[in-house]
Design a protein around this ligand. Structure first.
Ligand SMILES: [Zn+2]
Length: 260
């Protein structure tokens, strides 16, 4: 009898230890999910991987509200990461790439309605051309918490162009957006997520505080502020997928791609 009792209490101690170690492991590996969108439109419905319909987008924002996610700005996330803050498990960031006009018509009203901060990475030389945001729209969004970031001048794949062209795309987009908005642009997004150490160096030298990629590089924990992984949001994401994508452990369940 005593042998069984000892065995059972030993097992309990082991189980408690395992739970503690696992909790500690989890705590250390939680990554604030950065939700990424491109088009929010009916036009490309069902055809493009980069499109979420306005209906789905509204549903996903409602999901955040309903489940009390804490949506913070990317600026706050970067600041808090630098301070070594431990985040609550319900923290998320919302971002958009490319600066499509439908983001103003279909996403901005929903974000305003729910008071959700977001960031739009602009291809500076596309602003004001058909299908893209105008500078007036960018200024209005930026003033209302839908902050502008830089996504090069022409959306070139940076690892494939010469260092001079890459620098012009990186430094140039920052300067152009800053001239139009009248304040510093602190965040950069690599087109198609691709970067090299040299590209990363140029982004740092340009004065950006952080840079985001897609699912590239091996840094699953987002410790590198200049290789920040994000989560691509899709039209068909149901509640279960949303829950998994926003769990903070999604990076551990997907295959990473090389940076270049
Ligand atoms: Zn892009």
């Amino acid at each position: 009898m005593r042998l069984i009792r000892n065995f059972l209490s030993g097992l309990t101690v082991l189980a408690v230890l395992a739970v503690l170690i696992f909790t500690f492991w989890m705590r250390d590996r939680y990554v604030v999910p950065v939700m990424t969108y491109h088009h929010v439109s009916d036009a490309a419905s069902g055809r493009s991987l980069n499109n979420v319909t306005p209906w789905s987008f509204a549903r996903q924002m409602k999901f955040l509200k309903k489940h009390h996610y804490h949506v913070i700005s990317f600026d706050d996330l970067v600041d808090d990461l630098k301070k070594g803050r431990v985040f609550a498990r319900d923290t998320v960031v919302i971002q958009f790439d490319d600066g499509y006009e439908d983001n103003y018509t279909n996403a901005f009203p929903v974000l305003k309605k729910h008071h959700l901060p977001a960031m739009e990475f602009l291809i500076s030389d596309k602003v004001g051309t058909p299908g893209f945001l105008t500078w007036d729209q960018v200024r209005e969004m930026d003033a209302r918490g839908f902050k502008a970031g830089a996504h090069t001048r022409h959306h070139v794949y940076l690892p494939d162009v010469s260092p001079d062209v890459a620098r012009d795309e990186i430094f140039g987009s920052k300067k152009i957006i800053e001239e139009h908005l009248g304040h510093a642009i602190d965040y950069f997004c690599y087109p198609s997520g691709g970067f090299t150490e040299e590209v990363k160096g140029a982004v740092q030298e340009a004065g950006f505080k952080a840079a985001v990629t897609t699912n590239r590089g091996q840094d699953r924990l987002n410790r590198d502020l200049f290789a920040f992984k994000r989560v691509r949001m899709k039209d068909g994401d149901n509640a279960l997928i949303l829950w998994a994508k926003l769990s903070g452990y999604y990076n551990f369940f997907r295959k990473t791609k090389d940076a270049y």
